[in-house]
Design a protein around this ligand. Structure first.
Ligand code: SME
Length: 154
């Protein structure tokens, strides 16, 4: 099963309508994404909780590392550069943080709010090599924009 992004965007929009609590929004997005695609083995958010520091937020899947400084990992790279990180082979990514030894590929997207501030990153891991494409990056970025950048989440 692969994600039907048009359907997923509609479902998430309906489920989050009128909601402005960031944790509630993140929990809903993580749940809907995770159960929409067999490639997604870990799906979750790391929140910006201080200068150059990420801490785990709502997620689906096995254990997730609790803290990630901007200087480390794929998540740190996405936060530092504010650019989507599409990693076909995590073993080839310098400084990759292995929260699960089964992870083979990963995509991490920056999450920006209505004020343009970086509030988190969305991290999706797969046990399949090269599981993610530019098409995934475009559709996931659109969903994040519609949920987080189009409202003043608190
Ligand atoms: N692999 C990530 C860390 C988070 S786990 O995948 C849940 C990284 O390198 O930043």
């Amino acid at each position: 099963m692969q994600a039907d992004y048009a359907h997923l965007a509609k479902t998430i929009a309906a489920l989050t309508e009128g909601e402005d609590d960031t944790v509630a929004l993140m929990a809903t997005v993580a749940c809907e994404l995770h159960h929409a695609d067999d490639r997604f083995d870990w799906t979750g958010f790391y929140r910006v909780t201080g200068p150059e520091m990420l801490k785990i937020g709502p997620y689906q899947g096995g254990h997730g590392c609790l803290q990630i400084p901007f200087s480390r990992g794929v998540c740190g790279a996405a936060a530092r550069t504010r650019e989507t990180q599409l990693v076909d082979d995590v073993d080839a990514f310098p400084g990759h943080i292995a929260c699960a030894s089964s992870t083979r590929s990963e995509i991490v997207l920056p999450v920006v709010d209505a004020a343009g501030d970086l509030i988190a990153v969305l991290d999706i891991d797969s046990n399949q090599p090269a599981a993610f494409s530019q098409d995934d990056a475009i559709h996931l970025a659109a969903i994040l924009h519609s949920v987080f950048a189009s409202r003043r989440a608190i």
